[in-house]
Design a protein around this ligand. Structure first.
Ligand SMILES: NC(=O)c1ccc[n+]([C@@H]2O[C@H](COP(=O)([O-])OP(=O)(O)OC[C@H]3O[C@@H](n4cnc5c(N)ncnc54)[C@H](OP(=O)(O)O)[C@@H]3O)[C@@H](O)[C@H]2O)c1
Length: 389
């Protein structure tokens, strides 16, 4: 593979750390790292920047510039801070960008990177959920290549690459079911943040782990899949597969179904996106089917995991409904982490925010998206107060 100029946004997170690990496995000399970003973890950001010999390190937190400068002292790496600096760093010309900031905060830098025509490895699912049509239109306009990193979508991408000319009949997203798959509603009402973060199969950031426990993660992925693969909501199915060995499946009109299997290790999807169209050699676990013995499947329970139905409502309403779902979900997640509301309140709150803000006008650009996102957060915060009372 020829030497690539790359940037990594969200380098201090779980996807970011796995990206650094894959880069070091493949040989840091294969990559010239331009920009890396983080937010609150200044020591981690400086450490990653030094390890990768980046040109610039950016924290989104404007007030931490001096701290970042001090952490980078003597390295020759430039320091920058604030959301404008993040967008400026994302606008620097590179071949490949990892978009791994969590939440809607990833939207502006990802779009700035796309406008340079770089290949975008997209881990941040909120870009597509909050701003799907606007985001995809920008992608087409800029000519940027979009490579999905979410393991389910990366799996589907790999499967459809092999069958490029065959129309998709159905996409089957697999869901582990998270840590509360076998808990009753009563038990789920009282679970703690520590229990929700403890994902049975995947090692991920805290926020996405809690989203997996509520199945909001899968709800976001349904909307993500709709935009990435241009399918209708009716073509998207979800099946619970507790072992997380099949990462998703694609059904074709002759009844054939192709499945992508592998260990539950994000380095596979990251390595695929980093080296595409080549395949890297990676030191991940090799599957042993005799040891696995069986693969299980079940339908998701809509009563205990209402997030999936909320995604269907958002898709059928269209417009900015998914943006409202995402903004209010981020607020509900913050409130659960802060101990203000219970686990089941998260989906109830999002459902109510979606009802209150039903019928908002369509978004035509990013400013419209940010306005709806802000409105959804305002309503979400009002509802937090009520649920917390
Ligand atoms: N983890 C996974 O296995 C996985 C799998 C599929 C998809 N994803 C998606 O990938 C994205 C990242 O997930 P993750 O698990 O890696 O998250 P994470 O561990 O929480 O890391 C999030 C990253 O975003 C940065 N960040 C947080 N708030 C920010 C803000 N306001 N502005 C700019 N940067 C900010 C964090 O910086 P600091 O840490 O310095 O604060 C960190 O670098 C999410 O959208 C997630 O849904 C993750």
């Amino acid at each position: 593979m020829s030497r690539r100029r790359i940037s990594i946004f969200g380098v201090t997170g779980s996807i970011g750390a796995n990206t650094v690990s894959v880069i070091e496995t493949l040989g840091a000399d294969t990559f010239e790292v331009v920009a890396v970003s983080g937010n609150s973890n200044i020591a981690g950001l400086a450490k990653a920047a030094r390890r990768l010999r980046a040109e610039v390190a950016v924290t989104a937190d404007e007030g931490r510039l001096d701290e970042l400068r001090a952490a980078l002292a003597g390295s020759g790496i430039a320091a920058a801070a604030g959301t404008n600096a993040l967008v400026e760093a994302a606008s620097r010309p590179v071949d490949w960008v990892m978009s791994a900031i969590v939440g809607a905060a990833g939207l502006a830098p990802t779009l700035a990177a796309a406008r340079t025509g770089a290949t975008i490895a997209l881990a941040n699912k909120e870009c597509l959920v909050a701003a799907g049509p606007v985001f995809m239109a920008e992608m087409r306009r800029s000519g940027a290549t979009l490579l999905p990193v979410d393991s389910e979508h990366n799996a589907i991408f790999q499967l459809t690459c092999a069958e490029r000319d065959c129309p998709i009949e159905r996409l089957i997203l697999t869901a582990s079911g998270g840590p509360f798959l076998d808990r009753s509603l009563d038990e789920m009402a009282g679970v703690t943040v520590a229990q929700a973060v403890a994902h049975p199969n995947w090692s991920m950031g805290a926020r996405i782990s809690i989203d997996s426990a509520t199945m909001f993660n899968k709800a976001l992925e349904m909307i993500e899949a709709r935009h990435l693969f241009s399918v209708t909501p009716a073509q998207i199915e979800v099946v619970v597969h507790p072992q997380s060995i099949i990462h998703s499946m694609v059904g074709f009109r002759d009844g054939s179904i192709l499945a992508h299997l592998g260990p539950p290790d994000m380095r596979v999807a990251i390595g695929h996106a980093l080296c595409w169209p080549e395949r890297p050699e990676l030191p991940v676990e090799r599957l042993d089917f005799a040891a696995l013995g069986r693969l299980d499947f079940q339908a998701p329970d809509p009563e205990r995991f209402p997030a999936l139905d909320l995604a269907r409502v958002a898709m059928s309403r269209g417009g900015v409904s998914a943006c409202v779902m995402n903004g209010s979900r981020e607020v509900a997640l913050d409130a659960f982490i802060a101990g203000q509301i219970g686990f089941l309140d998260m989906a109830a709150l999002v459902g109510e925010a979606m009802e209150r803000l039903d019928g908002l006008p369509e978004a035509t650009d990013l400013d419209d998206i940010f306005a709806v996102d802000a409105q959804a957060r305002r309503v979400g915060l009002e509802l937090v107060k009520r649920f917390a009372a």
